[in-house]
Structures are given as C-alpha cells and as structure tokens.
Ligand binder design. Structure first.
Ligand code: UT7
Length: 332
C-alpha cells in the first residue's frame, strides 16, 4: 500500500541574518613573496590588485578560523547556538576526508546535534552553501542554518610555483541564514563545467602523494580561468540579476569572489553597474582565499560602513570544478 507521506514545509522566505569574518594573523606582503618566486610587488599589484595577503600564524588553523567565524556569526544573529539546525562548511583545504569539519564544529559551537556536512565547491562554496541554506529554511529541513566558508590554502600552495604562490591565502567567513518576513535571497544561478576540471586542480591524489612523498598542491592554468571568469561568469552574473528581477540600478553592492581585481573590473564593465554600487575589493589585503572570500568581503563592506544592513547585493563565487553560483541578497 502506498501511504500518504506528509511533505516538509518551511518559512515562506529566508534571509542572511548575520555575517562574520576571521582574518588570520600572519600578514605576507608582496616583498616577502620575492623570497619564494621570481616576481615583484609591482607585477603582483598590477596583475591582481594584491598588496598583501593573510596566512595562518601561531595557534591558527582551518578548524580554529572556522570556529571563530562561526561563533561570531551566531552571536551577531541573536540566535542561540542550540537553535542552529544545520551547519554547512564550504572548504577545499580540510585535510581530513572524514568526519566532516562541519560535524566537529556543530558540536564545538554548542548546537544541539545539528545536521552537518562539508561541501567542495571551491571559490563558489559559500554561495553554494547559501543556496542550500535558503532551500532548507524554505522547505522546512532547518529553521536556522550556519554556513561557513573557510580555507587554509597556504598549506596547499607551492611556494615555488610562479603561477599560484602570490595569489592564494587563508581566512574564514560565516553567515546565519533563517526565516524572514520578506525575501532576502534571490534564486541561485549555478552550475559546473567538469570539462575544465584541469583549470584549477590538486596536483596529486592522496595515495599518489603518499607513495611519491609528493605534497598535493593547488595547480592552476591562470589564463584559462581568467578567460572563463571574464566571459562566462559575466553572463552568469547578469543572469543572476535577471533571475532576481533586480536591475543594476537597484543594486547597492557587488561582492564577487576575490579572485583578481582585473576579473572584478571586467565583471563591472560587463554588468554596467552604476557608480553608486559599492564594489568589494578585499583581495588587496586578504588575497584570494577561495570559499572564505565572499563572506569575508561582505563582512568587510558592512564593517567599513561602505554598505549597510538592508541594502541589496549581488554575490557570485566561481572556481575549481569549474563551478559557479550567484545570488542577489539583502545584506544582514
Ligand atoms: O580563485 C579561483 C579562480 N582563480 C582565478 O580566477 C585566477 C585567474 N587567473 C589570474 O588571475 C591570472 O591568470 C594570474 C594573476 C594568475 C596570472 O596573471 P596573467 O596575466 O594571466 O599572467 P600570465 O601567466 O599570462 O603571464 C604574463 C607575464 C609573462 O611574461 P611575458 O611572457 O609576458 O614576458 C609571465 O612570465 O607575466 C609573467 N609572470 C610573472 N611575472 C612576475 C607570470 N607569473 C609571474 C609572477 N611574477 N609571479
């Protein structure tokens, strides 16, 4: 007999209730980079916008950064940790296959046994997490969701690789997403192109790395990624605005993944964003910290007063996969 199964039902709308970032303590400027690779401060600034980046210092690591960002996001949300129903951690630099970092953090942060899982969507990871959290809140799978984007890419960066050493960085950002009276998260526009899996990749799988005593670093074909980001991602960003029914004039802030300032410039030209739109440029001082970049940049534009709670922002992440995801959101 086929029983009638009750469907799940949740809040009509969801929004980002709070945002928080954690900036690691070790500042690595471009001059230090010249100790590792043949480069110059001038070249790095001109090609990427990066002046300095942050790496983990004494007593810091991926779990500690994720915990700190997650704890602050929960405090800022005004929600008790015990009321968080799901914890999602987006990262590609957690060196334990299992258990998930999310399960460990759900426990340490004091949730009441929240559902927990990690996702691997590289620099799009935070936006993937926002999409899942939004769907969970509106479907009833969870009332409050903690989404953390965190990376310790310094551990995966080959300091002798001229194509990547200067770009990757560490950091963590987190958001609490929950029910709302009005809609605060637009439709996600996302996808993947595994045909370009070789554009950003881990240089060896674990068994091979162990056999050959060859550390698995991040490899990247920068030019291919640059082309994709300035062409395809520009179109995806336009589609994200259209899906939300929001015009460039309606936007207050643009918070793209902090991959490269020149990519951000190209996206701006393509989107034809008006002058008043605040554009996140945290790559200058934080470098490219993958899944952490969008939430850290959101936290930064709010903390600096450039953008305000209740304003409308376009967020978009893109990276290894290749994968991408974007949404229009109301700032917390
Ligand atoms: O977050 C995930 C997504 N990732 C991205 O979105 C990254 C996308 N790609 C990029 O941002 C850029 O491709 C890079 C910043 C990584 C590289 O910049 P580029 O302009 O694509 O450099 P290139 O590899 O085309 O090299 C241009 C020139 C070459 O010199 P010539 O042949 O023109 O004389 C290189 O030898 O720059 C030289 N070069 C460097 N010079 C100083 C390459 N790497 C360096 C370096 N320092 N580290």
């Amino acid at each position: 007999m086929s029983a009638v199964i009750r469907p799940s039902s949740g809040a009509e709308f969801a929004r980002i209730l709070s945002i928080a970032g954690y900036t690691p303590s070790r500042m690595v400027d471009n001059h230090e980079m010249t100790n590792y690779i043949e480069t110059s401060d001038e070249w790095i600034q001109q090609r990427t916008g990066i002046i300095e980046r942050r790496w983990v210092g004494e007593g810091e690591d991926l779990e500690q950064m994720s915990f700190a960002a997650g704890k602050l996001a929960i405090e800022r949300s005004g929600i008790a940790a015990a009321d968080i129903d799901a914890v999602i951690v987006a990262t590609v630099s957690y060196f334990h296959q299992t258990p998930s970092l999310a399960a460990i953090l759900a426990h340490k942060l004091g949730t009441n046994g929240a559902a927990a899982f990690d996702i691997s969507a590289a620099c799009a990871g935070f936006c993937y997490g926002v999409a899942q959290a939004d769907a969970l809140v509106r479907s009833g799978g969870a009332r409050y969701v903690l989404v953390i984007g965190s990376e310790e890419l310094s551990r995966m960066t080959n300091l002798n690789d001229r194509g990547t050493a200067f770009i990757f960085a560490d950091g963590a950002g987190a958001a609490v997403i929950g029910p709302s009276e009005t809609n605060g998260i637009g439709p996600v526009v996302w996808g993947s192109d595994g045909g370009q899996a070789g554009a950003i990749y881990q240089t060896a799988d674990w068994p091979t790395a162990v056999e050959n005593a060859d550390w698995p670093y991040l490899g990247m074909n920068g030019r291919d990624v640059f082309k994709w980001a300035t062409g395809f991602i520009a179109e995806a960003a336009k589609a994200t605005l259209e899906a939300a029914g929001v015009s460039p004039e309606d936007l207050d802030a643009f918070i793209p993944h902090q991959a490269n300032n020149r990519i951000t410039d190209a996206l701006l030209r393509s989107l034809k964003l008006p002058e008043h739109v605040v554009v996140a440029r945290t790559i200058k001082t934080l470098g490219n910290n993958s899944a952490a970049s969008v939430p850290m940049a959101m936290d930064a534009v709010l903390a600096s007063g450039e953008a305000r709670s209740g304003q409308t922002a376009l967020i978009i992440g893109f990276g290894a996969g290749l994968v991408y995801a974007g949404q229009v959101v109301t700032l917390p």
